[in-house]
Ligand binder design. Sequence first.
Ligand SMILES: NC(=O)c1ccc[n+]([C@@H]2O[C@H](COP(=O)([O-])OP(=O)(O)OC[C@H]3O[C@@H](n4cnc5c(N)ncnc54)[C@H](O)[C@@H]3O)[C@@H](O)[C@H]2O)c1
Ligand SMILES: O=c1ccn([C@@H]2O[C@H](COP(=O)(O)OP(=O)(O)O[C@H]3O[C@H](CO)[C@H](O)[C@H](O)[C@H]3O)[C@@H](O)[C@H]2O)c(=O)[nH]1
Length: 328
Amino acid sequence: MNILVTGGAGYIGSHTVRLLEKTGGKVVVYDNLVTGHRNAVKSSIFVEGDIFDSTLLADTIRRYDISSVVHFAAYSLVGVSMIKPQDYYHNNVVGTLNLLDVMLANGVNKLVFSSTAAVYGEPETSPITENVLKNPTNVYGRTKLIMENAMADYSRSYGLKYIALRYFNACGADAAGDIGEDHQPETHLIPLILKACLGKTDTLKIFGDDYPTKDGTCVRDYIHVNDLGQAHVLALKALYNGHESDVYNLGNGSGFTVKEIIEAAEAVTGLTAPKEIAPRRAGDPAVLVASSDKIRQDLGWQSEYTDIKNIIDTACHWHKKNPDGFAG
Ligand SMILES: NC(=O)c1ccc[n+]([C@@H]2O[C@H](COP(=O)([O-])OP(=O)(O)OC[C@H]3O[C@@H](n4cnc5c(N)ncnc54)[C@H](O)[C@@H]3O)[C@@H](O)[C@H]2O)c1
Ligand SMILES: O=c1ccn([C@@H]2O[C@H](COP(=O)(O)OP(=O)(O)O[C@H]3O[C@H](CO)[C@H](O)[C@H](O)[C@H]3O)[C@@H](O)[C@H]2O)c(=O)[nH]1
């Protein structure tokens, strides 16, 4: 397996790269570093490049004899996608279509794709199974759903074999403490709570306390980044073993409100985060909780990290060890 990992210098990508390397395959990270970090790529081959650069992509595929792609490269912030939709359609849709063109033109037909729980919108049932109606409430989710539909069409017409993984909320960090979540600016809940607890940021804003949930704050399903990474390893192996194109949810199956996550993080750190209630953030669904039964049954995936405090503790370890992230 010679694997090209687009976005492999990012948060989920860098963790997955580490797990892919353990399979013995050659891993080539391809990233333009727009949100990623060069020093998040520890031992793989690194090519600094953009998924829009067809020439460099094709050269990289040929040079390293690539036979599959794991595609993380994208913009992924719900809030920003509502303000800058053009950026999101361009990078996530046009960029991915370009990658598919270059792959197919160079005889590469295996792809693991980062999709998202945001494709569902406000689902009518919970936990969410893969077959329910998809009606995204934000631009980000729409860009990922467009690509899922395009890949299904390419699969039928051009022999693309893909597995789309719909992640719920990625969090935590590798136990080694040398890679972790470092977005500039950070917008994700768990790192923001930890930074507030550790005195690295101002008051944490709780986006809305008038949702139809038990304490009025949004419910999400938090999954450890290494459990996500392991699913990519299984998905890739399945494709090499002739698995047909498919789509899987990836979550823990437990929902936590924003307030519950804050309480858990405060318990883990023994510190208190300064916080205030703020208006709702545009595009946020009230509740997103996964059923991951399908990937368990089909690919034998299991989550290793099921306790939310344990998960937060791994993130805390990274933040304490690297108070300035990768810049430190
Ligand atoms: N973080 C989550 O909770 C979450 C949940 C669901 C889905 N996802 C998806 O997972 C993937 C990775 O997310 P992440 O949290 O690791 O984000 P990230 O921003 O840390 O990583 C994305 C990486 O892609 C690179 N990139 C972006 N555009 C590129 C381009 N045009 N060419 C080359 N490289 C480019 C960035 O530099 C970065 O290294 C994304 O596709 C995201 O939509 C993330
Ligand atoms: O300062 C903050 C930040 C977040 N939140 C809330 O915390 C929850 C989680 O927010 P995140 O920004 O951490 O994550 P999202 O649920 O918005 O989105 C994440 O998970 C999604 C899937 O569920 C997408 O795939 C997306 O890429 C990924 O960023 C949301 O209810 C949000 O409103 C706050 O209250 N205050």
